[in-house]
Write a protein that binds this ligand. Structure first.
Ligand code: FAD
Length: 355
C-alpha cells in the first residue's frame, strides 16, 4: 500500500512530495500535465510588500525555513534552482525616495531594504530617480526544479492523468484509486480546487495574472526590476514581465487588454529593443482571508488539502508542507490561521444547501 496519493504537481504537490521523500514514504502523484500557477509564475521570493512598505504575513518565518530547503534541494540535484538577484524598486518620482528612506529605517524592513538608494544606471532601464535595493531576495526557476524532480521519479510514482473522483473509493482506513491503495489522498490542485466536490466549499477566490515573456538581449540580467510591473531575468535573453491582478476574470485566456497594459508599463521602464515571445495567464490560488488552506476534510478522514498559496507560493510552500506533514503524521496542531476548520461554517452551509 502507498502512503499517500498526491493530486497536483505544482509547488504544493512538489513540497508535500519532498516531505514524504525525506521520510522514505511511498507516494503516487497524479498530475494532468497542464501548466498551473507554479509553472507560469515569475518565481520571485520576496518577503516584503513594496507597494505598502510592510512585511508579508509571517514572512521571516517562511523565508528562513524556505531558503535552506531550496539549498538542500540544489545540493542533492547538483544544480542551481534559486538565483539570488536583488530587487531594484524603481522610483518614478523624487517623493518615492523619501518613502523608501522612512521604510528602510523601520525595524521590520531594515534587514531587507538598503537605506542608501542606488542612482547607478542599469543597462536598458530608463534613468529617472534611482532605485531602492531589496536584499536577500531572488528567483526560483520553478519549471527547472519541477522537471528535475520528475526526471528522478519512477513511473509508479507519477501518473500524467486527470484525477477522476468517480474512481476513488474512500474506506475507513484507506483510499483506493483505480486499484491503487493508499492511506490517504492529499489534494494540491491550485485553483482547480473549484472542481473538487469534497473541498470546493472553501472560499478560494482566485486572481488571474497575465504576463509576457520578452527577449531583450541588451537589458541587464543582474537585477529584478520592480516598477508597476516586475521585470525578472529568465533563461537566455528572456525576461518575465508581469503581472496583472484580476480577481473577477476566472479564465486562463490571455487578453488584448492585459497585453496592452503590460506593454505600456514595460515601456515606462526600459529603453532597449525587445520582442514579445509569449503572453499567458493563470489563476493564483488566493483565499478570501489571504491565508493558506491546510487540513483534513471535516467528515472524510483520509482526505487532505494543501492549497491557498496565493501570491507567495515560493516562499511559503516549504514550511506549509512541513506543517501539513506534522499535522497528518505527528498529530501536531496546525496554526489556526491556515487550518481549514476556520471555514467549518461554510461546510455546514454547503451541506444545508445540498439537502
Ligand atoms: C502570473 C503569476 C505570477 C506569479 N508570480 C509569483 C512569484 O513571482 N512568486 C511566488 O511566490 N508566487 C507567484 N505566483 C503564485 C504562485 O504561482 C502560486 O502561489 C503557486 O504556484 C500555487 O501552487 P499550487 O501547487 O497550489 O498550484 P498550481 O501550481 O496551480 O498546481 C496545481 C497542479 O495541479 C494540477 N491539477 C489540478 N487539478 C488536477 C486534477 N483534478 N487532476 C490532475 N491534476 C490536477 C494542475 O495541472 C497543476 O499542475 C504567481 C502566480 C501567477 C498566476
Amino acid at each position: 500500500m502507498k502512503h499517500s496519493i498526491i493530486v497536483g504537481f505544482g509547488l504544493a504537490g512538489f513540497h508535500y512530495a519532498q516531505q514524504l521523500k525525506k521520510t522514505k514514504k511511498e507516494f503516487l502523484i497524479l498530475d494532468k500535465g497542464q501548466k498551473g500557477a507554479s509553472r507560469n509564475a515569475a518565481g520571485v521570493c520576496n518577503p516584503t510588500v513594496l507597494k505598502r512598505y510592510t512585511m508579508a504575513w509571517e514572512a521571516i518565518q517562511f523565508l528562513e525555513y524556505a531558503m535552506p530547503v531550496y539549498r538542500k534541494i540544489e545540493v542533492k540535484a547538483t544544480q542551481q534552482f534559486f538565483y539570488p538577484h536583488p530587487i531594484h524598486r524603481y522610483f518614478y518620482s523624487p517623493s518615492e525616495q523619501n518613502n523608501w528612506t522612512v521604510a528602510a529605517q523601520s525595524s521590520k524592513l531594515s534587514r531587507f531594504l538598503d537605506p542608501n538608494f542606488n542612482s547607478e544606471s542599469i543597462h536598458g532601464i530608463k534613468r529617472q530617480n534611482g532605485y531602492g535595493v531589496v536584499k536577500e531576495v531572488g528567483r526560483l526557476a520553478i519549471n527547472k526544479m519541477l522537471d528535475h524532480f520528475i526526471d528522478d521519479l519512477l513511473p509508479s510514482e507519477l501518473h500524467k492523468e486527470v484525477f477522476d473522483p468517480t474512481e476513488l473509493q474512500i474506506l475507513s482506513k484507506k483510499v483506493i484509486y483505480k486499484g491503487i491503495e493508499a492511506k490517504r489522498i492529499v489534494f494540491c490542485e491550485g485553483y482547480e480546487l473549484k472542481n473538487n466536490s469534497w473541498f470546493n466549499y472553501l472560499p478560494l477566490i482566485g486572481s488571474k495574472g497575465e504576463y509576457l515573456k520578452i527577449e531583450a538581449p541588451l537589458l541587464s540580467r543582474k537585477n529584478i526590476i520592480k516598477g508597476s510591473v516586475f521585470i525578472t531575468p529568465f533563461e537566455g535573453d528572456e525576461f518575465w514581465v508581469g503581472a496583472t491582478f484580476n480577481p473577477h476574470d476566472k479564465t486562463i485566456l490571455p487578453t488584448e487588454k492585459g497585453k496592452k497594459w503590460l506593454i505600456s508599463k514595460l515601456e515606462t521602464l526600459i529603453n532597449v529593443p525587445y520582442k514579445v515571445v509569449d503572453h499567458a495567464a493563470q489563476i493564483r490560488p488566493t483565499v478570501i482571508d489571504r491565508r493558506p488552506l491546510l487540513g483534513r476534510h471535516p467528515t472524510l478522514k483520509n482526505l487532505y488539502i494543501f492549497n491557498g498559496l496565493g501570491t507567495r507560493g515560493v516562499m511559503m510552500a516549504p514550511l506549509l508542507s512541513k506543517w501539513l506533514y506534522d499535522f497528518i503524521e505527528l498529530k501536531k496542531q496546525l496554526p489556526e490561521a491556515v487550518a481549514i476548520n476556520r471555514f467549518e461554517s461554510y461546510f455546514c452551509n454547503s451541506k444545508k444547501e445540498n439537502v
